[in-house]
Design a protein around this ligand. Structure first.
Ligand code: T3D
Length: 259
């Protein structure tokens, strides 16, 4: 446990828990630095094949710690966003391992953005998403204006960003913001089961798939088709592809190594 971030690695799964429950895991500078450092460390750790991001207590994350913002030495907002939030979002999007947001309560402001930047989102029944930025005279940041329309479409993203009503877990499921809603008490176990299933995949193919999905948002069909061909050439030359074929032939589970 360091600086409001708990890190647990169990087998191929790393769980990062935002851990300031008394302030609904609102993000302080030490937490942001720790989260970025852990994500960058995990990105080059071949033993970790899936990551869970969650919150301690009754919230996922209430966004920026507003008390910290009122300190006289607080950095200008553009600097704070550029230097401390954006690197976290880039790390989440660029690391090869899929990241699962286990949204265990309210996800507000940059806390919601963190969830949007994950590859998969599952929600506890009492989770809610709040783009709280507007209430304090700010704009959605940490990737929210780019990520949210791609997740739920322009119309719903505009309503969430401009009206700001909380989105319940059920509504989030209906609009495709999360892929599952589970009973509160089952969330962590469900996240772990999902992470184990992701971790059982061939790591290289999983990382290439994540990258292809990321790039698909900004390229045309021809570029996507050519990109898939190139990536399939890489995946097809891997030892894991040979292992997958052998496992199919021998009617056994594959043992992927990432080679
Ligand atoms: O650096 C920058 O500013 C740039 C980046 C900006 C990105 C952002 O994230 S801006 C948006 C910041 N977040 C917010 O504006 C959300 C503020 N919080 C809320 O609106 C509500 O707390 C919630 C809707 C999230 C939850 O409401 P509720 O009723 O369930 O809980 P609560 O009673 O409001 O909060 C419980 C405690 O957590 C309370 O402390 P207390 O009174 O028991 O000592 C509250 O002050 C604290 N808390 C909640 N959110 C924050 C916070 N403390 C500091 N910062 C917070 N963001």
């Amino acid at each position: 446990m360091t600086d409001g971030l708990r890190v647990e690695v169990d087998g191929p799964v790393a769980t990062l828990t935002l851990d300031r429950p008394e302030a609904l895991n609102a993000l302080t500078i030490p937490m942001k630095l720790a989260l970025r450092a852990e994500l960058e460390r995990i990105a080059v750790d071949r033993a970790v094949r899936a990551v869970i991001l969650t919150g301690a207590g009754r919230a996922f994350c209430a966004g920026q710690d507003l008390a910290e913002r009122e300190r006289p030495d607080a950095a200008p907002l553009d600097e704070e966003v550029r230097e401390r939030y954006n690197p976290i979002i880039r790390a989440l999007r660029s690391m090869g391992q899929p990241v699962i947001a286990a949204v265990n309560g309210v996800a507000a402001g940059a806390g919601a953005s963190l969830a949007f930047a994950c590859d998969l989102r599952i929600a506890a029944a009492d989770a809610r998403f709040v783009l709280a930025f507007g209430r304090i005279g700010l704009i959605p940041d940490s990737g929210a204006t780019w990520l949210l329309p791609r997740l739920v479409g322009a119309a719903r993203a505009a309503e969430m960003a401009l009206v700001g009503d909380p989105i319940s877990a059920e509504e989030a499921l209906r609009i495709g913001l999360v892929s599952r809603v589970v009973p509160n008490d089952d969330l962590q176990a469900e996240a772990r089961t999902l992470a184990d299933r992701v971790a059982a995949g061939a790591p290289l193919a999983v990382a290439l798939t994540k990258g292809a999905l990321e790039r698909a948002a900004t390229i045309d069909l021809d570029e996507a088709l050519e990109g898939e061909a190139k990536l399939q050439g890489i995946a097809g030359a891997s030892a894991d592809h040979a292992e997958g074929l052998a496992a199919f032939r021998e009617k056994r589970a594959p043992q992927f190594t990432g080679e």
